[in-house]
Design a protein around this ligand. Structure first.
Ligand code: ADP
Ligand code: MG
Length: 575
């Protein structure tokens, strides 16, 4: 085989393979160019999901007519000029390849006029071949039209999804860019339908309109800084957590990015407030010295590399956790009007439906149609905590100044234990109690290895165990708190080994610790079916007032439901 240098058109088509995957990636590049050009207004038009036409029109600085040909040439950019610029990129684009790549796989026309130019200029590119620029009467700014996408690479056209699916992706891209550029107005049209219309706004207003105004009461503002990095943003209360991480929007220096480690820092801050498999809603904006972020690591620039990843993790985690700590979340039992009328006279069914706690408030909302479960603000004080009744050895019934409280005894005690463990751990190790006779437990090689790998973790937890043979381990000491709650040591260690040996077991020590403490709390907690003395009931209620996040158990399920006094009055015809 002969080695030969590829023709420019082919080089550009290959480059296009990385940058231009679908209409959404073109829209992203074009909007980024418009933003880099300092515009205040961007209009995007799609026909057939962008397959037939993508038009992006801005009122930015424009391009000089003599530079128009250069703009569509690969590796031609006005944004960086020397090596040093690469390490502190402040613009969204910098590689100088977007227009050249797009022009190689479509019919592209680029029309532009600067403020003081007498007329504009237009250049057309057809599958990589350009015609000479010609003058044209246009207003200030730049318009790029991309027609017949992938006409010369039919295999790639086949990968496109339906018009509707492509439009949805474009919409998502526009929203991501609009989120961090609130001072630019955006209009997205598909055919003659307006899909998005964002006027210039404050950052908060912009995020609200992207998330949907109805969430206003469910968003908490974030403000934080560490070592010169700052974070601003909005995070949703636990009640609007979602099954996927799609509603997490991350931005670094105005660039929308994806970053599993930041998403994770965010999710960790919600530990115990939402179920493990759910994700918070959030918009997070980080401002970091550009020299500390490498943006040149991904072909579509949608990932970055931080010089100091741990600091970013801490900033996100701590800012979100402290914002959440300002409130306690407790679901309120509050049927809507319609539900109330249809059940007039017999409220049993409805009450039953809610008191079987659906583990997620958001799902509960959907499941028990018509019943609204908004999150209330600060956890109110229970009145005279000796007025408490245990029902079916499972629930405690008491009151606060707003109504009747129903508490799940296991869920609440689990939270109490969890906070107690965590508090003790924060000031060192858990107190440990030696067993009179060591417990011998069967274990496989993987579990023995896991035990050895996690030795320091187990030390902190007050667990002392080691291999006593090729297939067995001996347990010498357990956390005092577990022993005092009569937890069966052997069962606990067996489950612990299973966890440690699991491939999903977290590798970071803090997370691993939280996971084990989770399990210990569950084991040590009062169970459904345990009869409690009056003293124990009162103690539990007292602790409820003392620990953080007592509105939900460590897995994010509610510990408490409230039936408001108004609701009771209405049901008994007093209102
Ligand atoms: P990059 O954005 O990486 O520089 P592009 O191929 O996207 O590369 O654009 C090439 C050049 O064309 C840019 O550097 C910029 O000078 C100019 N340009 C592109 N789009 C616009 C626009 N909308 N307004 C003003 N200048 C533009
Ligand atoms: Mg660009």
């Amino acid at each position: 085989m002969t080695i030969r240098k590829l023709p420019t058109v082919l080089i550009n088509q290959i480059a296009a393979g990385e940058v231009v995957e679908r209409p959404a990636s073109i829209v992203k590049e074009l909007i980024e160019n418009s933003i880099d050009a300092g515009c205040s207004k961007i209009e995007i038009q799609l026909d057939h999901g962008g397959k037939d036409l993508i038009r992006v029109c801005d009122n930015g600085c424009g391009i000089a007519s003599e530079e128009l040909e250069l703009a569509i040439t690969p590796h031609a950019t006005s944004k960086i000029s020397e090596e040093a610029d690469l390490s502190a990129i402040a613009s969204l684009g910098f590689r100088g390849e977007a227009l050249a790549s797009i022009g190689s796989i479509s019919h592209l026309s680029l029309t532009s006029r600067r403020k003081d130019d007498v007329a504009g200029t237009q250049i057309e590119v057809d599958g990589g071949t350009s015609a000479p620029p010609k003058p044209i009467a246009v207003s200030t700014g730049t318009t790029v039209e991309v027609r017949r996408l992938f006409f010369n690479t039919p295999a790639r056209r086949k990968f496109l999804k339906s018009d509707g699916a492509e439009t949805t992706r474009v919409r998502d891209v526009v929203q991501r860019l609009a989120a961090s550029h609130h001072d630019v107005s955006f209009v997205l049209k598909s055919g003659d339908r307006t899909i998005l219309d964002y006027p210039q706004a404050t950052s908060k207003e912009r995020i609200m309109s992207i998330f949907g105004g109805e969430l206003e009461g469910e968003l908490i503002e974030l403000n934080g800084s560490i070592e010169g990095m700052t974070l601003w943003g909005l995070v949703g209360t636990p009640s609007i957590a979602r099954p996927t991480s799609k509603h997490i929007r991350l931005h670094v220096n105005g660039r929308a990015i994806r970053d599993s480690s930041i998403s994770h820092a965010l999710k960790e801050a919600f530990r115990g407030l939402i179920e493990q498999k759910r994700w918070p809603t959030a918009a997070i904006f980080l401002e970091i010295n550009p020299a500390l972020v490498d943006v040149n690591v991904h072909p579509q620039k949608s990932e970055v590399r931080f010089r100091n990843r741990d600091t970013v993790w801490r900033l996100v985690n701590k800012t979100v956790a402290s914002a959440l700590a300002t409130k306690e979340y407790i679901p309120v039992y509050q049927p809507s009007k319609e539900t109330k009328f249809s059940h007039a006279g017999g409220s049993q069914a409805e009450f039953g439906a809610v008191s079987t706690p659906s583990f997620n408030v958001y799902e509960a909302r959907q499941a028990v149609a018509g019943i609204d479960l908004p999150m209330a603000t600060p956890l109110p004080t229970i009145l005279g905590s000796d007025a408490v009744l245990q029902v079916h050895k499972c629930f405690l019934v008491t009151q606060d100044e707003r109504g009747l409280l129903i508490i799940d005894q296991h869920a609440l005690h689990e939270r109490v234990m969890f906070e107690e463990f965590m508090q003790r751990l924060s000031s060192g190790c858990l107190e440990s109690q030696r067993l009179l006779v060591p417990d011998a437990i069967d274990a496989d090689a993987g579990q023995i290895e896991a035990l050895e790998t996690h030795e320091s973790l187990l030390d902190r937890l007050g667990i002392e165990a080691s291999a006593s043979g090729p297939a067995s381990i001996s347990v010498y000491a357990l956390p005092t708190l577990l022993v005092s709650r009569n937890v069966d040591g052997a069962t606990f260690i067996r489950e612990l080994l299973e966890k440690l040996g699991d491939s999903d077991f977290p590798s970071s020590e803090e997370e691993a610790l939280a996971e084990i403490v989770d399990m210990m709390s569950c084991k040590a907690a009062i169970k459904a079916g345990d009869q409690l003395s009056h003293r124990e009931l009162c103690d539990l209620l007292k602790k409820r007032q003392e620990v953080e996040r007592s509105g939900s158990c460590p897995h994010g399920r509610p510990t408490t439901m409230r039936l408001s006094i108004e609701e009771l009055e209405q049901r008994f015809g007093r209102r």
